[in-house]
Ligand binder design. Structure first.
Ligand SMILES: NC(=O)c1ccc[n+]([C@@H]2O[C@H](COP(=O)([O-])OP(=O)(O)OC[C@H]3O[C@@H](n4cnc5c(N)ncnc54)[C@H](O)[C@@H]3O)[C@@H](O)[C@H]2O)c1
Length: 437
């Protein structure tokens, strides 16, 4: 038997720091509170409902993940966060309009106690937003220090044992790696010089990572995915995960595309369009924020279909992604996909998908799982990029020189095998010859 990884027990309270108390964050927090009180079920959450097969099929051992992996229990979670609006978490959840008022009322006192701390915000990076609850500082280094002070205060006020931070703020404008991101010396110099290459989300990421706190990015902007912060995370022991939660249309894309490729069906075109009416939709209506999202959504098919290996099937694929802001729908997004397929002898076929989903209902269990798994990783001494959490992201953060794994089923296998490895259980290869020898 392999040796299990030494994992510190999940003792005491775990603080979950959420940057941005918008639709995703409030749906996560209100959901956890409602589940804790027995009003609802944690549907969609692998940490709460998933099982894991251990050993051979003949052993019939498939416990719940939460029974064998030492995760923080929901009762031990304490939420806190920042926003540019002053609304408490109850008011913010009402504005988001995701969870029905009757259920929100049942957790109202707890939600009202969560009031956002003033945010690090600069409209340069999110053009469609502006709000009053914003920090002032000498420079970006000073702002980062203010975030660290918030984190430490939250920890002592709530007597927390550990913390995790998840960026659930708006999508920032498109940016690529700059000299300021190369290493921590350049990054810290750039913080002091107010370099425009450092958006608000990187300031929060820097603050968390410098404190050794695990950091995840639910949005597609660069944030923690730069060499300076990855190196810092290795030094401070912070596990990292991102970017951009895999929900809605991209989730379906990464379910369907591996199946088409498995059967060697060609794809001539994939047209994806969405209508969305929440604040995220409004932010994404700005072309610069949309460009960040578009890059994240479009890379998925290239990696799954591997046109370099199957040029006759996928080299000429025309992939178009559109998001249109349409207020009447609120958080209830509607996505349409038209897929032009090519079969035997080149005969064309079409597949149409119309997904009437609820964005934040799909996102909330992911935020919960990612937070709990990052805390597990920290207690297991795993720092830096956590590739095993690719399962949850549209643009999985990955080591330089490696391509990211986008196929949902390979991602799930990677995640579960990582847990088996932690537990000292045999990895499952699905070879299965032993049953026939
Ligand atoms: N809902 C989903 O299914 C989904 C999926 C993938 C990614 N995301 C991403 O997650 C993020 C959150 O989505 P949402 O639907 O909750 O959006 P939202 O607009 O409802 O919430 C974002 C919140 O972040 C706040 N904010 C923005 N910049 C901030 C800053 N610098 N500091 C503190 N607060 C800040 C905003 O005021 C707002 O309240 C977005 O970037 C979105 O693209 C969402």
């Amino acid at each position: 038997m392999p040796t299990p990884v030494d994992i510190a027990p999940a003792r005491g309270k775990l603080g979950i720091l959420l940057v941005g108390l918008g639709a995703v964050s409030t749906t996560t927090i209100a959901g956890v509170l409602a589940i804790r009180k027995g009003f609802s079920k944690p549907i969609g959450s692998l940490t709460q409902m998933g099982t894991i097969r251990l050993g051979k099929r003949t052993e019939a051992r498939s416990p719940r993940i939460s029974e064998v992996v030492p995760l923080a229990p929901l009762d031990d979670l304490v939420f806190g966060g920042w926003d540019i609006f002053e609304d408490d978490c109850y008011a913010a959840a009402r504005t988001a309009g995701v969870i029905e008022p009757a259920l929100l009322e049942k957790v109202r006192p707890e939600l009202e106690q969560i009031r956002p701390w003033p945010a690090v915000f600069d409209q340069h990076y999110v053009k469609r937003l502006d709000g009053p609850n914003v920090k002032k500082g000498k420079n970006k280094k000073d702002l980062a220090e203010q975030v660290v002070a918030d984190i430490r205060r939250f920890k002592s006020d709530n007597n927390l044992d550990r913390m995790v931070m998840v960026w659930c703020g708006s999508t920032e404008i498109f940016a690529t790696e700059a000299p300021a991101h190369a290493d921590i010396t350049a990054f810290e110099r750039a913080l002091e010089a107010n370099d425009p290459a450092i958006p608000s989300s990187m300031i929060y990421a820097y603050a968390a990572i410098s404190e050794g706190i695990p950091y995840a990015n639910a949005a597609p902007n660069l944030s923690g995915d730069i060499p300076a912060l990855v190196d810092l995370a290795a030094r401070t022991g912070s596990p990292l995960a991102g970017k951009d939660l895999k929900t809605g249309q991209t989730l379906i894309k990464t379910i369907i595309a591996p199946g088409l490729k498995a059967r060697l069906l060609g794809v001539a075109g994939w047209y994806s369009t969405n209508i969305l009416g929440n604040r995220d939709g409004e932010v994404l209506d700005d072309p610069e924020s949309f460009k960040t999202k578009e890059e994240s959504k479009k890379s998925v098919l290239d990696y799954i279909l591997q046109p370099q290996l199957y040029p006759e099937l996928y080299a000429d694929l025309c992939h178009v992604v559109r998001i249109n802001y349409y207020p009447p729908r609120g958080d209830n997004k509607e996505g349409w996909d038209n897929i032009d397929l090519v079969g035997w002898l080149g005969y064309p076929m079409q597949l149409k998908i119309n997904f009437l989903c609820r964005d934040s209902i799909l996102a909330a269990p992911i935020v919960l799982d990612v937070a709990l798994f990052l805390d597990l990783a920290k207690r297991a001494g795993m720092s830096g990029i956590q590739e095993w959490l690719s399962f949850y992201f549209k643009s999985p953060q990955h080591a330089p020189g490696l391509y990211p794994e986008h196929d949902l089923f390979i991602q799930l296998m990677k995640l579960k095998n990582t847990m088996r490895w932690m537990l000292g259980e045999e990895l499952i290869t699905h070879l299965g010859r032993e049953y026939y020898d």
